[in-house]
Design a protein around this ligand. Sequence first.
Ligand SMILES: [Mg+2]
Length: 190
Amino acid sequence: MKPSNKNQSEKGIASPLPARPGWLIFCPHRNVSSVIDVTVPHLIEMGIRAVILDLDNTLVKWHQEEIDEDIMVWLQALQQEKMELCILSNSVLSRRSERIAGRLGCHFVRQAKKPGKQGFQKCLELMHTTARETAIVGDQMFTDILGGNRVGIYTIMVTPLQKHEFAYTRYVSRPPEKVLMRYFKRKGHL
Ligand SMILES: [Mg+2]
């Protein structure tokens, strides 16, 4: 679906997406298996010109630095379309985020404290984009998606690259995340 002229208006571009009421604050706008399922034409149709990228289990395996070739090809396709990119990671291993961002030639925000708004707003400042023009791609509902919805950007949830992750994430965050995802799908929100 192409955005209407109203969405393309200066006012529309400057405004964040409408607030998501109630439990929908946890619901992504899209759910896909991998970042490579997020196509450039879809982003352009949605009026997106900047993408915030979660790092662990979205771009790279947990605490790794190597980016798989298919994901690298996807990132290059975004950059060829002049999409602004910014890595937003809660990881305290700041040099890793910086090194990966350096290789990609993109922005990064470290120790982001997602789902806090501040890290997301810093990304928007670095990329010189508004919330309406920006998407986040991430694998965690209670950090990437909740934070993105709080600032009114387009939120895309991906399946984690692997099961290996923080014990807290695996045993505390994932179970309710699965329950909510089933609920959102049953209610037709996804
Ligand atoms: Mg992650």
